[in-house]
Design a protein around this ligand. Structure first.
Ligand code: FAD
Length: 473
């Protein structure tokens, strides 16, 4: 298809942060767009049962913890009284406002919306099982698959309402006295932190030797230290060997890496062991769309599948399974469908763990650099030397830069501390713009802010940071 494609029929299957921005952009460009989703409004997992409800609950968790910590600054609050129904209602209202707003933006763009489950009938037609019954066939010139992902389950476990995935945990059915979180990735730690702040005794088990596999160990350390105080237990190199329902409780057998077994009883379990792409049951064979060994749709740099007029974006098209990655892939796909030169090749996709402290990183990690034998110079600025961190009584964090020792180009940025998620965008911009460390050092940052720690880590790189002493001296 060429630039003349504009005006033709584009079907977008899935209204998450991949699908709805793609549909909106295509409509703005002049395509005749149909968006199909199972929900009444666009939003997808991210808005209905992922990013947004989890961050709403994490906001409550952070304020609960901050008010308790103000004791150290001379202000004492009564312990909080939580009205779980009101918390749930507020969180749901945030989701409703956002997704309702998207519904209005969709209607204003005159995008046709079909509520139902779509499958490919062949390379040019979809069949949609409508949510209110019946079926509809839809012909398209180009299609984008943006069907996202779902929580992975552990095979062989009993089916019990006390065993929750992230969706069920976000519903906050009750406040268990004892919660077991299986999986020490970001979803388990974020939701575990929420339940802990609300008063549950939370135990985390993780099969690997550390929490948050994929993040640099030094970034994880301050979080692990804080979680050790907030959670009932963190058991690393441990797996769940058996789960049995016993009346109202769950008896769990834990097994360590060296084979030692122990039993513990919990009121609920949150299983957060990863996510799987929603690529089955889409009739992809009929459309000639191929999958890889893990079930992700195979795509090229423009997010084109093995069929030249069918594209795939977001979680269903591969890692990292993150909302902002899905959105940017969608833009590249729509531009490509319009016949423009476009490709999805970011230098950096930021990752943020919204725990307290937050962890955020982008570009090259130290772990990757070591694994690839790639020489990098690392400069770290400790937040203990940041005035702003001191005013917040949160000096445990740090900011680090990874740069090419020859060219001094910024290759990676890692931050741990409150607000790291807001700060990381500066690192992403630096990497995308091919900035040198000196660009960060020379950029005037407002004082007193945590953002100054990026500038100061750049000064550390050159050995003349105002607020730290260079090691060589
Ligand atoms: P999705 O958001 O999964 O949307 C896919 C849509 O397609 C769904 O609405 C689904 O109903 C629909 N669909 C599926 N099959 C069909 C079909 N056959 N026909 C019609 N419609 C269909 N990411 C971040 O970047 N930041 C975060 O803080 C973050 N927090 C998260 C917290 C939790 C608890 C979870 C579970 C995820 C979180 N994520 C986060 C991940 C993020 O939600 C996903 O990466 C993102 O939603 C992927 O977007 P997507 O458009 O690919 O698909």
């Amino acid at each position: 298809m060429s630039e003349t494609n504009i005006g033709k029929r584009l079907a977008v299957i899935g209204g998450g942060p991949g699908g709805y921005p793609a549909a909106f952009l295509a409509a703005d460009m002049g395509f005749a767009v149909t968006l199909i989703d199972l929900e009444a409004n666009p939003g997808g997992v991210c808005l209905f049962r992922g990013c947004i409800p989890s961050k709403a609950l994490l906001h409550i968790a952070r304020v609960i913890e901050e008010t308790a910590e103000l004791r150290a600054c001379g202000v004492r609050f009564e312990p909080p009284a939580t009205d779980l129904a009101a918390v749930r209602a507020w969180k749901d209202s945030v989701v409703r406002r956002l997704t309702g707003g998207l519904g209005q933006l969709r209607a204003a763009r005159k995008i046709e919306f079909i509520r139902g489950r779509a499958r490919f009938a062949d390379r040019k037609r979809l069949r949609v099982a409508l949510a209110d019954g019946g079926e509809r066939e839809l012909a398209f010139d180009a299609a984008i698959i943006a069907t996202g992902s779902r929580p992975a389950a552990i095979p062989g476990w009993p089916v019990s309402p006390r065993i929750m995935d992230s969706t069920a945990a976000l519903d906050l059915p009750d406040l268990p006295k004892r919660l077991l979180v299986v999986g020490g990735g970001y979803i388990g730690l974020e939701l575990g932190s929420v339940y802990a702040a609300l008063g549950a005794a939370v135990t985390v088990v993780e099969m690997l030797p550390g929490l948050l596999p994929g993040a640099d160990r030094d970034l994880v350390a301050p979080l692990a230290k804080r979680l050790e105080k907030r959670l009932a237990a963190i058991r690393l190199q441990t797996k769940v060997a058996d789960v049995r329902e016993e009346g109202e409780a769950l008896r769990v057998t834990l097994e360590t890496g060296d084979g030692r077994r122990s039993e513990e009883v919990f009121d609920r379990i949150l299983v957060s062991v990863g996510r799987k792409p929603n690529s089955g049951d889409l009739g992809l064979e009929a459309a000639g769309v191929e999958l890889d060994a893990r079930g992700f749709v195979k795509v090229d740099g423009q997010r084109r599948t093995s069929d030249p007029d069918i594209y795939a974006i977001g979680d269903v098209a591969g890692e990292p399974m993150l909302a902002h990655k899905a959105t940017h892939e969608g833009r590249a796909a729509v531009e490509a469908i319009a016949g423009r030169k476009a490709v999805f090749e970011p230098r950096a996709i930021p990752a943020v763990v919204f725990t307290d402290p937050e962890i955020a990183w982008c570009g090259l990690t130290e772990t990757q650099a070591t694994a690839e034998g790639r020489p990098v110079k690392v400069a770290k600025f400790p937040w203990a030397a940041s005035g702003r961190a001191m005013t917040l009584e949160r000096t445990e964090g740090f900011t680090k830069l990874l740069a090419d020792p020859e060219t001094e180009r910024v290759l990676g940025v890692g931050i741990v501390g409150p607000g790291a998620g807001e700060m990381i965008a500066e690192g992403v911009l630096a990497i995308e713009m091919g900035a040198l460390v000196s660009d960060l050092a020379l950029t005037i940052h407002p004082h007193p802010t945590l953002s100054e720690t990026i500038m100061e880590s750049a000064e550390v790189f050159y050995g003349h940071c105002t607020h730290t002493i260079a090691k060589a001296r």
